[in-house]
Design a protein around this ligand. Structure first.
Ligand code: ADP
Ligand code: MG
Length: 489
């Protein structure tokens, strides 16, 4: 049986969420708050294509796009310009999308990026990255559809890779790397749950022993459109590879036409949408209402200098400065929001290792279980600092601290209030504790004798004291006083 290898190319769309306004209008960029904003509340006449309105380019959006282009080691052209992609759809009131298609219009062309997949360093070539505008969003109700124009005109970055991935894992690892870059460079929250990321996936297969650097050996490309989660990307690629291998084995692969399919979440399969003959002709032409923009060397240099520290450097810092393991540091830097939370906890005085343990186990465990974002829960870095401090001061036990964490999040209360409400109080008064300890010693004379040769018997006395106080004795003080009193015997 012939062996095959897959070639996979990605077209990744990501909304730029970190600008105040839209790509070509002064309406609010509601990308971050799209889930709570009143529909159709962020609209300017130009977003609705009212006659006589003209687009005005958002410099901040261009700057963010150029930053992405620089990070991806792309070439920036001397001039960027925009084009119209013409098609009719209800979510596109102008009848065209302003985009950058024809080289050298895009903000970046011919770059490359290294990324990690299963502890191996891989490289992917970037064909181009370009700036465009998002379309409106639609909801399909039972007997009608509604349109929300808040999304219309939100700046969108489209990144097109060469077909350099061979497995779904590689494609997803790359997408995760890009998400991290967008977050750390403060270009976008890159949150698929908010619909900020959408991917088109291109898949073909070829005989394993043929030379993949020659495009003549490539198989027929199948495009799977508009997948909105990384899990979906993984499943769609794996499904499609299997499907195409079956066609090969049947001997029908070579008759397969180039086609566009969609990923169906219900049947977990790709479904045929259209073939090449039905491909849409977008009749691109240069957008006449936006002038060409010359990119000065000095502006590009300035943008380059402003690129913030990205995840790999933060990871190194956590290992070097905070003594974290590679494994823990990796988990913390994966999401920028987690890394920011972590750093703030340390700035506010928490022990870096303890804070890391809390984040990588209990807190991330909770967030993953309920599919939550750290920004959306009641817990703040200060509360984590307080919680850790209470354990260090032995005001609460480790077991209690875990319950308190859940209560902070679920009851939306400060750790100190919860400790008070739960009646977790400790006997920390020396005189009071000494009285109890004296009783314990009196009642356990046999063990007092044992203690003289076996210092480990101290633990027995700690246990007895805890029992008498129903766990309320402060452990470190108990241990100190017991030792002091027993040594006197
Ligand atoms: P189109 O002209 O149809 O838009 P492009 O050549 O621009 O096609 O490629 C679009 C995407 O498809 C890119 O991500 C590219 O890497 C990918 N691609 C192209 N050919 C193949 C192939 N044979 N197999 C898999 N992906 C491919
Ligand atoms: Mg193309």
């Amino acid at each position: 049986m012939t062996k095959y290898k897959a070639l996979i190319g990605l077209e990744m769309h990501c909304e730029i969420s970190e600008t105040n306004t839209k790509a070509f209008s002064s309406a609010k960029n509601g990308s971050k708050t799209s889930n709570i904003d009143l529909p159709n509340s962020h609209i300017r006449p130009v977003d609705m294509a009212f006659p006589g309105t003209l687009p005005v380019i958002n410099k901040e959006a261009v700057k963010k796009a150029l930053m992405a282009s620089i990070i991806l080691n792309c070439k920036q052209p001397e001039y960027i310009y925009f084009e119209r992609k013409n098609y009719y759809y209800p979510d596109l009131p102008k009848g065209f999308q302003i985009t950058q298609e024809t080289k050298p219009a895009p903000v970046g062309i011919y770059g490359e990026l290294t990324y990690e997949c299963k502890d191996k360093i891989k490289k992917v070539r970037v064909n181009n990255i370009h700036l465009e505008e998002d379309a409106a969003s639609q909801d399909h109700l039972e007997s009608s559809s509604v349109i929300n124009y808040n999304r219309a005109g939100i700046p969108l970055l489209e990144l097109v890779t060469e077909p350099d991935f061979h497995t779904a894992d590689e494609a997803v690892a790359f997408l995760e790397t890009m998400r991290s870059i967008y977050q750390y460079a403060e270009i976008s929250e890159a949150d698929s749950k908010k619909g900020q990321i959408r991917c088109d996936v291109n898949v073909s297969i070829m005989d394993e022993d043929l030379d993949e650097s020659d495009p003549n050996n490539w198989g027929t490309k199948v495009e799977i459109k508009n997948i909105n989660s990384f899990g979906g990307v993984r499943d769609a690629i794996n499904y499609e590879i299997e499907r195409q291998i079956e066609l090969k084995e049947d001997g029908t692969y070579d008759q397969m036409e180039q086609q566009t399919r969609r990923w169906d979440e219900d049947t977990l399969s790709t479904i045929y949408m259209r073939g090449k003959v039905d491909a849409i002709d977008y009749k691109y032409f240069v957008e006449p209402n936006i002038p060409k923009i010359k990119l000065s060397k000095s502006w590009l240099e300035e943008i380059k200098k402003q690129i913030p520290i990205l995840a790999p450097e933060r990871k190194e810092k956590y290992i070097k400065d905070y003594g974290l393991t590679e494994y823990d540091a990796k988990i913390i830097v994966k999401e920028k929001a987690i890394a920011d939370f972590y750093e703030e906890t340390i700035t506010k005085g928490a022990n870096p290792k303890l804070a890391s343990n809390w984040l990588t186990t209990n807190i991330l465990g909770y967030l993953n279980k309920y599919d939550l974002n750290i920004k959306d829960i009641y817990l703040t870095p200060q509360m984590l600092v307080d919680l850790i401090k209470m354990i260090e001061d032995r005001k609460i036990s480790t077991k209690q601290s875990k319950e308190i964490l859940v209560k902070i999040i679920e009851d939306k209360k400060e750790p100190k209030t919860i400790v008070k409400d739960l009646g977790i109080t400790q006997i920390t008064d020396e005189a009071e504790l000494l009285k109890i300890i004296t009783e314990v010693i009196k009642e356990n004379q046999h063990q007092v004798e044992q203690y003289k040769n076996q210092p480990r018997v101290l633990d027995y006395f700690i246990g007895q004291t805890m029992k008498k106080t129903r766990g309320k004795a402060n452990p470190s003080l108990t241990s100190k006083l017991l030792k002091q009193e027993l040594d006197k015997q």
